[in-house]
Design a protein around this ligand. Structure first.
Ligand code: URP
Length: 419
C-alpha cells in the first residue's frame, strides 16, 4: 500500500469508527466536507480519477487543474476558519483572438450572530464575517466576485414576520457602500445580493443584486424574477416578482448576468440571460438540503451547457434558528429553523465540466480562472443557438398564452374504445 493509499485507509477506518465525530460536524457528509472530499478519501486513486471524470467532466480533455494561491489567502482562511479552493477552466488556443482569462470568486457564509441579536449587531457581524473572505479574494487577484443571496441578513422569510423587513436597504445602502470601497481597493467587480428597499417607489421591497463596478461605481441592479412558494420559502409574503427583465452587465472583465436562487428552476430565465449575451451568470442562492440538494449539481450545470456560458452557483451554509416557531401550510409540525443550508458552491462551464464544490457546512471562497473564449468555442462546436428553433417555441408560447389555448394532443383513436 503506498503512502496515499494508507492515508485513505486510515481515514476510512476513522470514519467507520467515528460516529461521534461525524455527528459533531453538523452538515457533513459522513464526516466529510463535500461529496468530492468523501470520494477522494474513500476511493483508490485510479477509481477516484475515473469517478471524477464522469462526475465533473473534462476541460479541454483534462481534469480541472488547481490554481496556486498566494500564502496570504491560505493564512486568512486558516485564521478565519473558511474553506478556500481554486481551479482553472481553459479554452483551446485560437489564432485570431487572445485568451480572455478572468478570475472569478464566489463567497458562501453562515450568519455570525443568533437571530435574536439586534439587527444592527447582526449586520455588523456579517460584515466582519465576510470581510476576510473578500480580502482573501482581493489578495488572489479576483476580478469578479459574487456574494450569496441576501447575505446581509438571516434568511428570515420562512417566518412571515414583518420585523425582518428592517434588514432591507436601498441600492446605495450600507452593504453597497461597504463593498464599493473594496471593489475600488481590489479593482474588482462585486455582485451584491440584498433585500432592497425601493425608497423612490413607496418603500416597496425587492430581492435584488446590485452590480458594483471595479471603480466602486454602481453599474446597475437586477431584481429576482421568480419568487418561490414552496416549503418554508415564504418569500412572496415580502416581495414581488422582479421588474428588471434579464439585464446583462458589460463590465471591464466580461458580460455578466445574475439569476437569483429559485430562478435556476426556470430554463427560460437562464435562456434570456444567454440571449442578452451573458458570458458568466451568477446564481446567488439560499436553499436547504431536504428541498433541493439533488437538483443543485444539475440545474446550473445544465444551464451552462445549454447556453454556452459559465455559471457560478452560491448557497449559504448553516442552520438558522428563529425566535418564534412557524408553519408553512404543509402539515409539518411547527419548527423554528429553516433546515440546513448546504453551501456546496461551485462553477459550471459551457463544455460540461464543473469544479468540485465548497464545504457543505463551512463558510468558503471558491476561485476560478476561466477563459471566456470557451463560450464561443462551445457555440461553434455544438451549434445550440443555430439549432434552437426559437421561432417554433415563440409560436408555441404565444399560443399557450392565449386564454383559449388547447394543448396539442393527438389521441389514439383506439384508446377510448379500449377503455
Ligand atoms: N431563495 C430561494 O429562492 N429559495 C427557494 C428554494 C430553492 O429554489 O431551492
Amino acid at each position: 500500500m503506498d503512502d496515499g493509499e494508507s492515508k485513505k485507509e486510515s481515514r476510512r477506518r476513522e470514519i467507520e469508527g467515528g460516529e461521534e465525530e461525524i455527528g459533531a460536524k453538523q452538515g457533513s457528509i459522513c464526516g466529510f466536507e463535500s461529496l468530492h472530499s468523501l470520494l477522494q478519501s474513500s476511493l483508490k486513486t485510479e477509481t477516484f480519477q475515473e469517478v471524477s471524470r464522469l462526475l465533473l467532466g473534462l476541460n479541454c480533455g483534462k481534469p480541472l487543474q488547481q490554481l496556486d494561491l498566494p500564502d496570504v489567502s491560505s493564512a486568512l482562511a486558516l485564521e478565519h476558519d473558511f474553506d478556500i479552493q481554486s481551479y482553472t477552466f481553459q479554452a483551446e488556443k485560437e489564432s485570431t483572438r487572445e485568451p480572455r482569462i478572468v478570475r472569478v470568486g464566489l463567497i458562501q457564509n453562515s450568519i455570525s450572530l443568533p437571530t435574536t441579536a439586534s439587527i444592527l449587531d447582526q449586520k455588523k457581524a456579517l460584515i466582519e464575517r465576510v470581510k476576510p473572505l473578500i480580502d482573501a479574494a482581493g489578495a488572489c487577484g479576483v476580478n469578479i466576485l459574487c456574494l450569496q443571496e441576501a447575505w446581509m441578513m438571516p434568511f428570515a422569510f420562512c417566518t412571515r414576520e414583518k420585523k425582518w423587513c428592517e434588514f432591507a436597504e436601498p441600492i446605495d445602502g450600507e452593504s453597497t457602500r461597504f463593498l464599493q470601497e473594496l471593489a475600488q481597493k481590489f479593482n474588482m467587480v462585486i455582485v451584491n445580493p440584498i433585500l432592497e428597499r425601493d425608497v423612490n417607489h413607496g418603500d416597496v421591497l425587492w430581492n435584488t443584486a446590485v452590480i458594483i463596478g471595479n471603480h466602486g461605481n454602481i453599474i446597475g441592479k437586477h431584481r429576482k424574477n421568480h419568487i418561490p412558494r414552496v416549503g418554508d420559502f415564504n418569500e412572496s409574503t415580502y416581495y414581488m416578482e422582479g421588474n428588471t427583465g434579464h439585464p446583462v452587465f458589460e463590465t471591464v472583465f466580461g458580460k455578466i448576468g445574475v439569476n437569483i436562487c429559485y430562478g435556476r428552476h426556470h430554463p427560460l430565465n437562464w435562456l434570456a440571460f444567454g440571449l442578452n449575451g451573458a458570458e458568466i451568470v451568477f446564481n446567488p442562492s439560499a436553499t436547504v438540503g431536504e428541498l433541493s440538494e439533488p437538483m443543485w449539481p444539475i440545474e446550473a450545470r445544465n444551464a451552462a451547457i445549454a447556453n454556452s456560458y459559465f455559471v457560478g452557483s452560491i448557497n449559504r451554509v448553516g442552520t438558522e434558528v428563529f425566535p418564534n416557531p412557524f408553519t408553512s401550510g404543509d402539515g409539518k409540525p411547527q419548527h423554528a429553523d429553516f433546515g440546513h443550508f448546504y453551501g456546496s458552491s461551485y462553477f459550471s462551464a459551457p463544455d460540461a465540466s464543473c469544479s468540485p464544490s465548497l464545504s457543505r457546512y463551512r463558510s468558503g471562497l471558491l476561485i476560478s480562472d476561466m477563459d471566456l473564449n470557451l463560450c464561443r468555442q462551445l457555440k461553434d462546436k455544438w451549434g445550440f443557438r443555430m439549432t434552437s428553433r426559437y421561432d417554433m417555441y415563440a409560436n408555441t408560447l404565444s399560443q399557450y398564452l392565449d386564454p383559449d389555448f388547447t394543448p396539442q394532443i393527438i389521441t389514439d383513436p383506439l384508446f377510448h374504445k379500449q377503455s
